[in-house]
Ligand binder design. Structure first.
Ligand SMILES: Cc1c2[nH]c(c1CCC(=O)O)Cc1[nH]c(c(CCC(=O)O)c1C)Cc1[nH]c(c(CCC(=O)O)c1C)Cc1[nH]c(c(C)c1CCC(=O)O)C2
Length: 350
């Protein structure tokens, strides 16, 4: 279907909009009663393998909250089985990998990823959504090499990333080989998602904030530069994101991306002062969503005000919606951002 609401795409490119576009990370998830019903019967993997059902889950937040974009329901680890990684998503834990990477030989064993062969169900879901159902952009996505490598090396979620960082500095050759293989996968995966119909891309480097700036420049920036440079060819807006990574915001700004994602630790105003001139995405602390509406309203308004002060803001949370959040709050918040930003933008143009 034709995209009739392209505010997200225009905001990503720093163009004029009538209202600040809104979407929420993890909007298609456990805060929704309809989703929880489906989860009683099917796992995340089972949902993603059924394109009609997966499209329904992806579209739910657009129908229920009136957000300005859908994000494909799948996970950052969805492509990994195609590379020979044995991964299962465990409830309440996250991705768990039974054959973690511990050596150069383990990196060499990783297989080449082919989207049409390994994730045809993902491409089919995208086609159903974009050809038949959505009038807002569909955001395709992938995990970034560091964040994926952290699961592949630790064998599961981690708080410290000790093994990952030790491997990175002690086995640089194996590390860079791993980064290259993951980058190949990410680039082919994203190109296939765009070909199928995704019209914006977010690369989740959720855990890269664990690195200092110097290590980021040595071990990560070159591969991120390659990934985004190659993805530039798709012509769709490119968004980067990570948690606790404010110290890397300027490094991200250097990358060939359109949008710099901010969690809640750095305000939009501060980011602008630090020379972030590109579109920013964020950045309400999701914790507030289970607090009082007055505080949510006050803080969301402040973010909208900072966002309209300079062209290019996509409203989002600093990280994902968590299961305890009331869906009515997300609807109310979406309406608030739309209404308040419309008011501020029309005042500005008068
Ligand atoms: C690090 C990461 C993962 N997955 C993802 C990231 C990057 C974003 C971030 O920083 O949170 C990305 C992701 N995972 C999921 C989406 C779907 C789209 C959306 O955002 O609405 C997206 C964009 C579905 C999911 N992925 C997962 C769920 C929850 C489990 C479920 O409903 O079965 C969902 C809806 C599982 C998962 N998968 C992962 C974790 C940490 C978890 C959570 C474990 C838990 O809390 O149960 C890995």
């Amino acid at each position: 279907m034709k995209i009739t609401n392209d505010t997200l795409l225009r905001a990503a490119r720093g163009q004029q909009v009538e209202h600040t576009p809104v979407w929420f990370m993890r909007q298609a998830g456990r805060s929704q009663p309809e989703y929880r019903e489906i989860k009683k019967k099917y796992s995340l993997e089972e949902i993603t393998h059924q394109p009609e059902l997966c499209a329904y889950v992806t579209k739910l937040p657009v129908d229920n909250y009136d957000v300005d974009a859908a994000i494909l329901y799948k996970d950052i680890v969805t492509p990994l089985p195609g590379m020979g990684v044995d991964v299962k998503i465990k409830a309440g834990i996250g991705p768990v990998i039974s054959n973690p990477i511990r050596s150069v030989a383990d990196v060499e064993k990783l297989q080449e990823f082919h989207p049409e062969e390994h994730v045809p169900f993902v491409l089919e879901t995208i086609k159903i959504l974009t050809k038949e159902q959505l009038t807002v952009p569909l955001i395709g996505f992938a995990g970034a090499p560091f964040t994926l490598a952290s699961y592949m090396i630790e064998g599961g979620p981690s708080k410290s990333y000790n093994r990952t960082k030790a491997f990175m500095v002690s086995e640089p050759q194996a590390w860079f080989a791993l980064m290259d293989k993951l980058a190949d996968m990410i680039i082919t995966d994203i190109k296939a998602q765009v070909q199928a119909g995704a019209s914006a891309i977010q690369i989740f480097d959720s855990w890269v904030g664990a690195l200092n700036v110097e290590d980021y420049r040595i071990y990560i920036k070159p591969i991120m530069t390659r990934i985004f440079s190659e993805l530039r060819e798709t012509g769709v807006p490119l968004i980067t994101f990570g948690v606790g990574a404010s110290h890397l915001a300027n490094e991200w700004h250097d990358l060939p991306v359109d949008v710099v994602g901010l969690d809640w630790r750095l305000s939009i105003e501060e980011a602008r002062q630090r020379g972030i001139t590109k579109t920013v995405q964020g950045n309400l602390d999701p914790s507030y969503l289970i607090g009082s509406w007055d505080e949510i309203e006050k803080r969301a308004k402040r973010i909208v005000e900072q966002g309209v002060a300079h062209p290019g803001h996509i409203f989002n949370l600093g990280h994902g919606v968590f299961p305890e959040v009331d869906p009515d709050v997300l609807k109310r918040l979406t309406d608030l951002v739309h209404t308040y930003s419309r008011e501020l933008i029309s005042q500005k143009s008068n």
